[in-house]
Design a protein around this ligand. Structure first.
Ligand code: C5P
Length: 320
């Protein structure tokens, strides 16, 4: 049976601004998304049956129909019934490296990899934008996870404009293993506390990419100016997550005090990242933070900006 092994990179948000409420219940956003080389490996194998199977080495990842990767496969089966009948269902194996409930799009990038893998297994020949359109029905971050790199994301997060590559930058990521933040909770709490500040007009949705304040960081990205990008990092969700999770606020504060270009929470958290110019700088900050907070519950990673989304893992095509 044929199989593909894919690398599914995590993302961080260099910028996340909430403009207002959308008629569909989501928020209108302006985000700068960045893939990093902390990645899960997803194996997708044709199993010749009519049943999708999913397994994962991480005990907290659901291994049933609620898994976003399973839902991606079910979506493909529903959209392409002839191919499903011809090639059969898939076994999905997730080798988890991205922390879960972390604000790093771990679930979304797994779903993105399943869509890409099934497109190849079933020889559908879908374009990237067709895959992204399918992905948007699974989650707002799935379309970005397919193409990856550096991108401006607007709308729910599914409308993408490619930005210049920033792949020479590094991050240190810090997350308490026992903490995770619910994304719906973060957005609902933001709406409760800051909804009165929303100024975006839902009747002019196309105006969103001009309505925010991302202009300065977009200029810094165009100039590939890491120092400026570090000063302009922004995430509106910090306003609700940091007060509710003082440990996360403390990590962010400590990173900010170190010799970094900038520090920020990613997505709805609780992962905090610091931006650095070199791998050596990142390793130094990782070591300094470990000394400052010796708590073994605090997990740290060094990662590099990644210029792409879903890619083949080394040694990929296997048609035993
Ligand atoms: O799209 P996704 O399933 O990742 O979104 C998770 C939750 O985050 C949504 O149910 C919603 O509560 C919130 N969200 C939002 N506006 C967005 C994206 C997500 O309110 N643009």
């Amino acid at each position: 049976m044929q199989s593909y092994s894919l690398l599914a990179p995590a993302k961080i948000n260099l910028y996340l601004e909430i403009l207002g409420d959308r008629p569909d219940g989501f928020h209108e956003l302006v985000m700068v998304m960045q893939s990093i080389d902390l990645a899960d490996q997803i194996d997708v194998r044709a199993n010749g049956t009519d049943t999708i199977h999913i397994s994962c080495n991480h005990p907290q990842v659901p291994q049933d129909k609620s898994n976003l990767g399973y839902r991606a496969a079910a979506l493909m089966a529903q959209k392409f019934p002839d191919s499903f009948a011809r090639y059969g269902a898939v076994d999905i194996t997730i080798h988890k490296h991205i922390p879960i409930g972390a604000g790093l799009a771990g679930g979304s990038t797994n779903a993105a990899a399943v869509l890409v893998g099934i497109d190849m297994l079933w020889r559908l020949g879908l374009t990237q934008s067709e895959l992204q359109e399918l992905g948007a029905t699974l989650g707002s971050d799935v379309p970005f996870c397919i193409s990856g790199g550096t991108a401006l994301a607007t709308g729910r997060g599914e409308k993408l404009d490619t930005l210049p590559d920033l792949h020479s930058l590094y991050v240190v990521l810090a997350k308490y293993r026992s903490l995770s933040v619910s994304t719906p909770w973060a957005y609902q709490t933001y709406r409760q506390q800051f909804g009165h500040t929303y100024r975006w007009n839902p009747h002019q949705p196309e105006a969103s990419r001009h309505a925010g304040h991302a202009g300065s960081i977009l200029t810094a990205i165009a100039h590939q100016d890491g120092a400026k990008i570090g000063q302009l990092l922004h995430n509106d969700l910090e306003k609700v997550v940091l007060p509710a999770y003082p440990q996360v606020a403390d990590v962010r504060h400590r990173l900010q005090q170190m010799d970094v270009l900038g520090a920020m929470m990613s997505g709805s958290g609780p992962t905090v990242f610091a931006l650095l110019n070199t791998q050596a700088d990142a390793q130094q900050v990782e070591e300094d933070l470990r000394q400052a907070i010796p708590d073994p519950d605090l997990e740290l990673w060094v990662a590099k900006f990644n210029p792409a989304g879903i890619q083949f893992a080394p040694q990929t095509v296997d048609s035993k």
